[in-house]
Design a protein around this ligand. Structure first.
Ligand code: GLC
Length: 464
């Protein structure tokens, strides 16, 4: 099992996370982490260097605080750095990848077509930091790794990673034999498997099956990438607040509904036109979580949140208004979770993990088997060990009947109440999964999995 210190950088949402992880080699680790809001001017810019210099600066700050001796030259440790870069890349080696396109509100055209690891290494070198970028990782892959690392070795290994945060995506382990696309570049084929980043955020961009309400249409048209990431625009945190805001504006303007109007006045709520209700992208998805969790009679918490988020007077927010917000927010949130469940279900079916009775390797499922090789999350093989000819469907007491282990990370999955429950409802409805299959899917939050997982991968890549 990987052991040592490494850096993880997570770029892909509104915040930049940098962590320094000490892996103890026994499923435990100690991590220190900084989280910094990415200045919007760096997310949409004509200069590539500014964003990467900002990242290098945050890395320098973390080392300065926690390992100052490495900067003063007293210690000579060179840190491996795993870069979680959660955008579509063409990855041709563990430590190199070309950006294909930006998503989630980022737009720095000059980075497209460039190797993002080199861009970061260049800025790190300009600052003379003892850091080598050794791995490029998608956040969903980082989630698999951090969850796999922290699960006891006798439990079913994590084979799918999902992100429901600012964006959404899934990564799964695929057999090399099943990959028909030509693979070029440098890669280690010794495990016979490879992570596949699905980029399901851009599933069904031509909208042949996805639901498309008038609010979806408006949000898509107002986005910086109309026609792209159409699945993500219905599922991820970056868009859920804006979908809600768009729907509420319609209800505010609708003379039949008169949302956020004073009941006694015939004119609209005065002063409301310049509030966040009328400002694009001004509303983040946290209001949907409050709407879902407030089940009180007077919806006091939700009403307060509406006042704060939309910056409107509390006299304009009646209990009935809050009820309307709750219903709309629930529809948006539940739809997101169900679509997420559908995407996960598709991966479970594709990987046939429920279809075939599971065969376990000895060290995967026998808690008290001695003499097995130490657990390494990358060392996954379908080869049975000699003598393991029988099938052992469910042997580990700690595992129960779970055969598919899914790592989950991201603010929507973490904070939206009942997100997993609604995902599970959808999983049960998927043909080929149903009630029995859904029960055999275990989901576990891998909090900050993307940055921690990147550090794990960076270390494994260096030690390999
Ligand atoms: C976007 C990115 C994808 C990432 C996901 C979650 O969809 O394109 O690479 O994994 O967001 O952050």
């Amino acid at each position: 099992m990987a052991q040592g210190s490494a850096l993880g950088v997570d770029l892909g949402g509104t915040n930049l996370r940098v962590c320094l992880v000490d892996l103890h080699g026994d499923a435990s680790y100690h991590a220190v982490q900084t989280k910094t809001l990415i200045p919007p001017a760096l997310m949409v810019s004509h200069e590539a260097t500014r964003l990467f210099d900002f990242i290098a600066e945050q890395v320098e700050t973390l080392i300065k605080i926690h390992r100052p001796a490495c900067l003063s030259g007293v210690e000579t440790e060179v840190f491996s750095l795993g870069l979680t870069f959660s955008f579509p890349v063409y990855q041709n080696a563990i430590d190199s990848g070309i950006l294909l396109r930006w998503t989630k509100g980022f737009d720095i055209p000059s980075v497209i077509g460039q190797d993002v690891c080199q861009l970061l290494q260049h800025q790190v070198d300009l600052r003379n930091l003892p850091v080598k970028v050794t791995a490029l990782v998608n956040d969903a892959a980082g989630t698999i790794m951090s969850r796999a690392y922290s699960l006891p070795a006798n439990q079913t290994r994590t084979s799918i990673g999902t992100i429901f945060g600012t964006g959404t995506n899934g990564v799964y382990l695929e057999k090399l034999l099943k990959i028909s696309k030509p693979l070029d570049g440098r890669f280690d084929d010794s495990t016979g498997q490879m992570f596949i980043s699905i980029e399901w955020g851009s599933f069904d961009n031509d909208l042949s099956v996805l639901p498309n309400t008038e609010y979806d249409v408006q949000v898509n048209e107002a986005s910086i990438n109309p026609g792209n990431q159409m699945f993500e625009k219905r599922v991820s945190g970056m868009f859920l607040g804006e979908l809600l805001r768009t729907a509420l504006v319609e209800l505010h303007n609708d003379p039949e509904v008169r949302l956020f109007h004073r009941p006694d006045k015939s004119t609209s709520g005065e002063g409301i036109d310049k509030t966040s209700l009328h400002t694009r992208w001004a509303v983040d998805s946290s209001i949907l979580s409050i709407a879902e969790s407030d089940v009180t009679e007077d919806l006091a918490m939700l009403r307060q949140k509406i006042v704060d988020v939309f910056a409107i007077s509390s006299s304009l927010v009646s209990i009935n208004d809050a009820r309307v917000v709750k219903v709309v927010a629930h529809a948006i949130g539940k739809r997101a979770a169900r679509l997420g469940g559908m995407a996960l279900g598709a991966v479970v079916l594709k990987t046939e993990q429920l279809a075939t009775p599971k065969t376990f390797r000895r060290n995967e499922c026998y808690p008290d088997m001695e003499g097995d090789a130490p657990f390494n999350p990358l060392d996954v093989t379908d080869q049975l060990l000699e003598g393991d000819t029988a099938r052992y469907p469910i042997l580990s007491a700690s595992d129960g009947p779970c055969l598919v282990d899914v790592g989950v990370d991201g603010s929507v999955a973490e904070f939206y109440p009942r997100f997993e429950m609604y995902m599970r409802e959808a999983l049960r409805a998927v043909e080929g999964i149903g009630l029995d299959g859904e029960k055999r899917i275990r989901m576990g939050l891998a909090k900050d999995g993307s940055s921690i997982g990147a550090a794990i991968i960076a270390l494994i890549a260096t030690q390999a």
